[in-house]
Write a protein that binds this ligand. Structure first.
Ligand code: F6P
Length: 324
């Protein structure tokens, strides 16, 4: 393999730039031609492809977002879109791809290989940490720290005004950000999509706190929580408690996706970028590079897509114990 390309796809995540840098510098080190594709699969379809050098990735290791930009491409999900993408890759002579993204990205790469035989190795880039095959994904640690900083600030107001705050964090189908930021932020309860927390349990927890003279509480809610979003949950609780308790809801939203990546994310991203590149060079295809128990491993896309990554329920138990 002489010529490869790298792209980022799906939601951006802090550390993606450090990953791009590792792919590009690794390719230069190993004597490969390396191209960047802008805006994920959309750029592949439109031929938004350019040659990169060591210099193209100078001064980006510390930057959030992605210099290659990102998109969730609907067109690539059609056979016509993939044909256009293949024609563009042919035009540039690209023989292999490094995809930095999540499950949607890897689903696209699998279809593409089945139809056109272009091998892809993935690097897990998503703040949600919901990918099987790696202990942590690129961006998760930064997102948790961003959420934590917000929780710490909100706690000051919760305490000053004797309020209950419901803080909604990201995680479409996953409670990883909620549980980590909730534990670190000393939340009274964490609600995640993976484990049902009935409203009655939330009410009980709050009442138990009041009986112990607890005057403020923080409840962290993951975006994908089954009982509804943080506003809906707060409303249900207001109805059940039927008192004029002072409640507020804060949705942290996209502030969790941006920002300077933590040292942990930069190091993980560098390791996964180089690991993905060297995997591709060694003949790996349709796999995602991951770090499990501090070892670099490759997991087939079909498993990262299909298999759930369960949260550690013991951590939820700990939240309850530590909030007495
Ligand atoms: O997958 C990462 C994520 O941040 C999810 O937690 C969230 O549901 C989603 O992306 C939001 O996507 P968008 O930026 O397209 O609204």
């Amino acid at each position: 393999m002489k010529r490869i390309a790298v792209f980022t796809s799906g939601g951006d995540a802090p550390g993606m730039n450090a990953c791009i840098r590792a792919v590009v510098r690794g390719a230069v080190y190993h004597g490969l031609d390396v191209f960047g594709i802008r805006r994920g699969y959309n750029g592949m379809i439109n031929g938004d492809i350019f040659q990169m050098s060591s210099h193209s990735v100078s001064n980006i290791v510390q930057r959030g977002g992605t210099i290659l930009k990102s998109a969730r491409s609907k067109e690539f999900m059609t056979p016509e879109g993939r044909k256009k993408a293949y024609d563009q890759l042919q035009k540039f002579g690209i023989e292999g791809l490094i995809a930095i993204g999540g499950n949607g990205t890897f689903t696209g790469a699998t279809l593409f290989y089945d139809e056109y035989g272009i091998p892809t190795v993935g690097a897990p880039g998503t703040i949600d940490n919901d990918l099987y095959g790696t202990d942590y994904t690129i961006g998760f640690d930064t997102a948790v720290n961003t959420a934590l900083e917000a929780i710490d600030k909100i706690r000051d107001t919760a305490d000053s005004h004797d309020r209950i705050f419901f803080i909604e964090v990201m995680g479409r189908d996953s409670g990883y950000i909620a549980i980590q930021s909730g534990i670190a932020g000393g939340a009274e309860l964490v609600m995640v999509p993976e484990v049902l927390t009935p409203i009655s349990e939330v009410v009980e927890t709050l009442k138990a706190g009041w009986s112990r003279q607890k005057s403020s509480s923080i409840i962290v809610v993951a975006e994908g929580e089954e009982e509804g979003n943080a506003n809906e949950i707060a409303e249900k609780i207001r109805q059940q408690v039927q008192s004029d308790i002072d409640m507020r809801v804060t949705t942290l939203g996209h502030i969790q996706r941006g920002g300077i990546p933590t040292a942990y994310d930069r190091i993980l991203a560098s390791r996964l970028g180089l690991g993905a590149l060297e995997g591709l060079m060694n003949g790996e295809k349709n796999v995602m590079a991951g770090v499990v128990n501090n070892e670099l491993v490759y997991t087939p896309f079909k498993d990262t897509i299909r298999l759930p990554k369960p949260i550690n329920e013991d951590l939820l138990r700990m939240v309850k114990i530590l909030s007495v």
